[in-house]
Design a protein around this ligand. Structure first.
Ligand code: ATP
Length: 210
């Protein structure tokens, strides 16, 4: 198991000179910090800032550190942060295995074995050659989770990851996602409108003001 830490130090994001988000928090290994708040309170803006693609209309101060290293100055692709959205966003021109292989660090040994193991882990044994278009919503969500983990991020941002799933599937995916994030020792930040998501995440909850 790896063990990572994400520090948000005096993060202060403004729009037109007005404060939007102010946050100071440490997210430890395997911990999920949930951020809730009304529409327009700055949840997506905060995620964009952390991921490294904040729109230039915003002014941001503060530091984001991953394992003690300042990543605020790095471009998105060098930050080591993985993203999970409400849409699984699988590449339609690649097989399931191709999707999983896509984000794996170049020099990963035994890629095929790891892909097969990842599919096994989420009950999709033998699905490697399938076209993503032939998968159910829940199966796609599992592939998206495994693609995220195989890319070996050092922290994870989740943006309403369960909101498109029906109630039964949502409960199942919550368990799967949070179990894997805890086990992988990944600090994560979850944005959601759903209090049951926050409860399932099991960590601290921050509410942004209107
Ligand atoms: N590119 C932009 N330029 C100027 N203002 C923006 C831009 N993007 C968002 N905003 C404004 O910034 C504020 C925060 O928006 P944001 O999308 O972060 O809110 P949110 O909490 O994620 O909302 P929702 O729950 O609806 O997704 C809003 O007032 C929005 O209108």
């Amino acid at each position: 198991m790896t063990s990572h830490r994400l520090d948000l130090e005096n993060v202060d994001i403004r729009i037109d000179g007005q404060p939007l988000v102010a946050l100071d928090a440490t997210i430890g290994p395997g911990e999920v910090l949930t951020v809730m708040g009304p529409s327009g309170s700055g949840k997506s803006t905060l995620l964009s800032f952390l991921a490294g693609f904040l729109d230039s209309a915003f002014e941001a101060r503060g530091r984001v550190a991953l394992d003690g290293r300042d990543i605020t100055v790095l471009p998105a692709e060098e930050r080591g942060i993985g993203l999970l959205f409400q849409d699984p966003l699988l590449f339609p021109h690649l097989s399931v295995a191709g999707n999983l292989r896509f984000g794996m660090p170049r020099h990963t040994p035994d890629k095929s074995r790891r892909i097969a193991q990842a599919l096994d882990d989420v009950g999709l044994e033998g699905f490697g050659d399938r076209d993503p278009a032939t998968l159910s919503g829940g199966q796609k969500a599992r592939v998206a989770l495994m693609r995220l983990l195989l890319s070996e991020p050092r922290a994870v941002l989740l943006d309403e990851p369960f909101s498109k799933l029906d109630t039964h599937l949502r409960q199942e995916m919550r368990e799967l996602v949070f179990d894997h994030l805890h086990q992988a020792g990944l600090p994560s930040l979850l944005v959601t409108h759903d209090r049951d998501d926050a409860a399932a995440a099991g960590g601290r909850l921050i509410e942004l003001a209107d």
